[in-house]
Design a protein around this ligand. Structure first.
Ligand code: ATP
Ligand code: MG
Length: 396
């Protein structure tokens, strides 16, 4: 019997030895999760350096591919056919039929690449290659063999069952989410922070996120925009716990009491502090921001030093050396760009000074912050207690 399947390839770098099963199990789990809401009866299992997905009956091929291209850890997705071992002649017959169905136009060069993982199979890989090649040439005289640079590589893997495929769709690479701990993303409505989250999740890190809004200075639409962005990131990263912090009173206090050219820096220090509070509460091992050196006044080396100072956790800034154009390219790839450029106000833009400091001095900033002394503990407590938490799922 022929079964539709996907052979899932993953890089083996860094996962040799006793950690390998952790990686594979996480990959299988993520694939199961992501296929849960796709039409079709999918079975996912691992076998000797590969993950297999089999499907009984009809299924939504396009959606399955769409989802699988977002599962970190996958390097290649090969739509395949799985069959029982019913002898070589039968296999050859099936492959000839398969090639006939896959390619209307047979004017291409090919090579057969067999792999015999089960050594008791009576024919070795070299023989399978030669013999299958011959049968294909007999059936379709337009075909040509090219062993060096074929247009189509026909893979045949002899295992407990046998699979064959001739196409490989590129996966997103990286490591399966959940293999590297958890980190807290400071997620704004801009272009950068969703990309930063995506890049860290790609290394296997599970994400939580914190968004600061300032109602009524920022609207419900601005908040919805951030939820939408989190949804796009969650398509790759899995469900994201999003903390929505009401930052209005803290911002107003800073605005009233501190020098206006220092507003942004002081505000960013409190953002980092609050994000770290939730990060520590939920066992996150780091913070993530979309900062890039020199992009704006609050991202000069001096500003980064000043905001970094409030954190005890490491702050991961995957875009630190990126130009805006490079960041935009990634945001287009992960579909966040169109949402990011919607023109809703962000809580930072409301309270920005005309001439923000670009080289803040830490002691000066700390001195300015002293003016908040009487109120800040209460304000922080209120912000923590009024924070709304939602789980954002990429499937919605
Ligand atoms: P982005 O495009 O992500 O908004 P940006 O270029 O606007 O970034 P800043 O406003 O200086 O830059 O913010 C730098 C980083 O601080 C952002 O990438 C994000 O990680 C965090 N951040 C800024 N504003 C907010 C906010 N309202 N809520 C949560 N995090 C924020
Ligand atoms: Mg921003």
């Amino acid at each position: 019997m022929l079964t539709s399947a996907f052979v899932i390839k993953y890089a083996e770098i860094g996962i040799k030895g006793k950690n390998r099963y952790v990686f594979e199990d996480a990959l299988v789990r993520r694939i199961k999760e992501t296929l849960e809401n796709v039409d079709g009866e999918f079975q996912v299992y691992k076998e000797q350096g590969r993950v297999f997905i089999t499907v009984d009956g009809d299924y939504d091929y396009d959606e399955a591919i769409n989802r699988l291209t977002k599962v970190f850890g996958i390097t290649g997705i090969c739509p395949a056919v799985i069959t029982e071992d019913e002898g070589f002649d039968k296999l050859a017959e099936q492959i000839v039929k398969y090639i006939d169905e896959e390619f209307e136009d047979k004017n291409f060069t090919f090579k057969v690449k067999a792999r015999r993982a089960r050594k008791d199979y009576p024919i070795d890989s070299m023989e399978i290659n030669a013999s299958l090649g011959e049968k294909l040439l007999d059936a379709f005289p337009e075909l040509k063999v090219d062993v060096h640079n074929p247009e189509v590589m026909i893979h045949v893997e002899i295992r407990e069952s046998i699979n064959f495929y001739c196409k490989e769709i590129e996966g997103p690479m990286g490591m399966p989410v959940g293999t590297a701990g958890k980190a807290m993303l400071l997620l704004s409505g801009g272009i950068d922070s969703p990309v930063a989250g995506y890049m860290i999740a790609k290394r296997g890190v599970q994400l939580e996120a914190t968004y600061f809004h300032a109602p009524p200075y920022t609207s419900e639409r601005a908040k919805q925009k951030v939820v939408d962005l989190a949804k796009y990131v969650a398509k790759y990263a899995g469900p994201i716990k999003l903390h929505i912090v009401n930052f209005t009173d803290i911002q107003l206090a800073i605005y009233e009491k501190c020098p206006h050219e220092e507003l942004t820096i002081i505000m960013r220090r409190y953002m980092m502090m609050i994000a770290e509070h939730f990060a520590l509460q939920d066992d996150c091992l780091g913070l993530i921001t979309g900062e890039s050196i020199g992009q704006v006044a609050s991202q000069t080396m001096q500003s980064l030093l000043t905001t970094n100072e409030v954190c005890t956790l490491p702050v991961y800034r995957p875009l630190i050396g990126f130009d805006k154009q490079e960041i935009i390219r990634v945001s287009e790839k992960i579909d966040t760009y169109e949402t990011s450029i919607q023109p809703y106000e962000d809580c930072c833009t409301i309270f920005v000074a005309k001439h923000p400091v670009t080289k803040p001095k830490l002691d000066r900033i700390k001195k300015s912050e002293k003016r908040l002394e009487d109120d800040i503990d209460r304000l922080l407590e209120e912000a923590y207690n009024s924070t709304e938490v939602i789980i954002v799922n990429g499937d919605d």
